[in-house]
Design a protein around this ligand. Structure first.
Ligand code: NAP
Length: 269
């Protein structure tokens, strides 16, 4: 694949995104003469924006609310993007086709492996949420030997439909206590993003459980702080953010960026 003509993040809103900082640090470090731009694309302008980007041989990321729409718009989808049902990374191939992929799965997998110090095996996984991030989590769990996931969601029907797609490893539950009792608890809801809400009472989670909150915000989420205060191993979504970005960078440019530099760029922000 030739180097992209332009590198963008498509979302609405995107002003808060940390992705430009991460990618611009990596681009400068690698000596690649491109800047990563956040494009705030209103839903009604999505199709025309995509046509413009295709003509410019653009590549980039997709975030809320466009991940599912991008999935439908791509000419080619990788097997992983199909499995998850959402695209968070895209590029234009040499034939002018838009190709959609998903690095949230690999990003989550790598972040959890780092966090636990080993690839998860034979674990019970409790997943809170049933949106795109939860689908990426279940796609990763599918690759972990002997692991089973239980999924709880505010809207139970959504959890049921998601688990149907991942029926070999995932089961919906209507009792959040089942999630709290898992060995690895994952918050894949957006609770805690804008306030100090927690997706489940931290006191329900045993102290030997490990917890990964996919949400991240300056100073960590209240959920992570409360769990750590109780003695749990807990981490926020920064590790996954960096890993999914690094995997995307590798896809676009064929070289691995410095993860340390990406982390530093985040801390500096
Ligand atoms: P999504 O598709 O919109 O799903 C949102 C999920 O959160 C749904 O399950 C929704 O439940 C639940 N939810 C939202 N508000 C709630 C509330 N007040 N009470 C209970 N449940 C609530 O979003 P997504 O793409 O899956 O993303 C979820 C979170 O993961 C976001 O905060 C995002 O920032 C984070 N994320 C992080 C990374 C990373 O790299 N760290 C990557 C991807 C996503 P209902 O179904 O009932 O609406």
């Amino acid at each position: 694949m030739r180097q992209p003509g332009r590198l963008v993040l498509l979302g609405h809103p995107v002003g808060h995104s940390l992705s430009p900082r991460i990618h611009n640090a990596a681009l400068s470090d690698a000596g690649i003469p491109l800047r990563y731009e956040a494009l705030d694309v209103e839903p009604r302008r999505f199709d025309e924006t995509l046509e413009m980007l295709r003509a410019e041989r653009a590549a980039g990321n997709v975030t809320v609310p466009h991940k599912e729409r991008m999935f439908a718009a791509c000419d080619v989808l990788t097997p992983l993007a199909r499995r998850v049902g959402a695209v968070n990374v895209f590029w234009t191939d040499d034939d002018g086709r838009l190709v959609g992929d998903n690095t949230d799965v690999g990003g989550f997998d790598a972040a959890v492996t780092q966090f636990l110090g080993q690839r998860p095996t034979d674990l019970s996984v409790g997943v809170l949420g049933a949106g795109g991030a939860a689908a990426a989590v279940l796609a990763a769990v599918e690759g972990w030997a002997g692991c089973v996931a239980h999924v709880y969601n505010r809207t139970p029907e959504r959890a049921r439909l998601l688990c149907e797609r991942f029926s070999a490893v995932a089961h919906p539950v209507d009792d959040v206590g089942v999630i709290a009792g898992a060995q690895l608890v994952v918050n894949a809801t957006s609770i805690g993003l804008k306030d100090d809400g927690v997706p489940v009472d931290p006191f329900l989670i045993p102290r030997d459980a490990a917890v990964i909150d996919l949400v991240y915000r300056p100073g960590e989420t209240n959920f992570v702080r409360a769990l750590r205060g109780r003695g749990n191993r807990a981490t926020d979504g920064i590790g996954m953010l960096v890993e999914q970005a690094a995997l995307a960078f590798e896809t676009w440019f064929g070289i691995a960026p410095s993860r340390e530099l990406m982390h530093e760029a985040l801390l500096a922000s």
